[in-house]
Write a protein that binds this ligand. Structure first.
Ligand code: HPA
Ligand SMILES: [Zn+2]
Length: 338
């Protein structure tokens, strides 16, 4: 049956939880593999898509890291980011805060400069080419050591003018935020904004720790806060944004089906929720697809959908450009649902 709803693609939105390596579509993966002489252990794009059945976060991460082998040159990173920005813009994204995972590239002998300069080549023209403003957030892999994260922060030294903040991603359970206390202190001292994945597969305590020990301003995912009413109350009181990723949660089996997603309950509790795509090439949809999916599965009304869009701009790292934030927020208020 055709959806009774009009698509939310034109609704202006900011995307705050997006791993650029997770935007590598199978077609581009094979194109880059051919360009770089890399042999992928998959026959073709259909065979690769067949591998997109994940049991949990780790099974996804295995493929995510494997496919990164095709990313080798500045041009590869620029092409990757440009393809994402084109898709995001077509789905109503006006502002994107983009994660990247330098350790996964440094480990393969790809230099920090190659990654950042390549991404920057696309981000620097994103406004003109796609009408999207951007920020770059460097993530540390939490299943690597704190020392490795600290070395990565040092390696980013020459590029800090291009990097707005730091984040924490990869396998969560067993790698609590406290492991990265000193790294986050050093990042704060450099004037970097701080976010962290917490409460995706890990327990609600990791959310508390990310706030108290790492000083993060937003929680990426944060889904499992729903298990701790006192934590929910705190997140509401302190207006801590959650960057939720509904299609990701279904694909990684954090929730059984979209209809079971706690987004409506979290919104009703007064949390500052946002809707994002996480790794759209792997999870079946970009930002607008996620909005459409939650509307359809959860029946969110127009005011809730407008609130999600408003929250995305309120939670964005736009303090250096409040005029732009105001403009985006006005676009949200003016949006006419049909
Ligand atoms: O959803 C995620 N969780 C943790 N690490 C990640 N790296 C890419 N995507 C993710
Ligand atoms: Zn993520």
């Amino acid at each position: 049956m055709k959806s009774p709803y009009h698509s939310l693609m034109p609704l202006p939105k900011a995307e705050l939880h997006l791993h650029i390596e997770g935007t590598l579509e199978p077609e581009l993966a094979f194109e880059l593999a051919a360009r770089n002489g890399v042999v992928l252990p998959h026959a073709d794009t259909d065979a690769l898509r067949e591998a997109y059945r994940f049991a949990d976060l780790q099974s996804f991460l295995n493929l995510y890291y494997e496919l990164m082998a095709v990313l080798r040159t500045e041009r590869d990173f620029a092409d990757l980011a440009d393809a994402y920005l084109a898709r995001a813009a077509a789905q109503g994204v006006r502002h994107a805060e983009i994660f990247f995972d330098p350790q996964a590239h440094l480990a393969r002998g790809v230099a920090m400069g190659t990654v950042v300069e390549g991404l920057w080549a696309a981000l620097g023209r994103a406004e003109e080419r796609h009408g999207v403003s951007t920020r770059l957030i460097m993530c540390f892999l939490r299943d690597e050591s704190a020392a490795s994260a600290m070395e990565t922060l040092a390696a980013a030294g020459p590029y800090l003018d291009r990097i707005t903040g730091v984040g924490l991603d990869s396998a969560e359970v067993g790698h609590p935020p406290v492991k990265f206390r000193e790294v986050y202190e050093a990042a704060a001292a450099l004037g970097l904004r701080r976010v962290a994945h917490a409460g995706e597969e890990g327990p609600p305590e990791y959310i508390t720790e990310a706030l108290d020990v790492l000083g993060v301003e937003r929680i990426d995912h944060g889904l499992r806060c729903a298990e701790d009413p006192a934590l929910v109350e705190r997140l509401v009181r302190e207006r801590v944004p959650l960057t939720l990723c509904p299609l990701s949660n279904v694909r990684l089996r954090t929730v059984d089906t979209l209809a079971d997603h706690p987004l409506p309950a979290l919104l009703d509790a007064g949390l500052m929720c946002t809707v994002n795509s996480d790794d759209p090439a792997y999870f079946g949809g970009y930002a607008g697809d996620n909005f459409d999916a939650v509307r359809e599965a959860l029946g969110l009304d127009r005011e809730k959908l407008r609130q999600l869009a408003r929250n995305s701009f309120l939670a964005a790292f736009l303090e250096d450009d409040e005029e732009r934030r105001t403009r985006y927020l006005a676009e949200v208020e003016a949006y006419a649902f049909v």
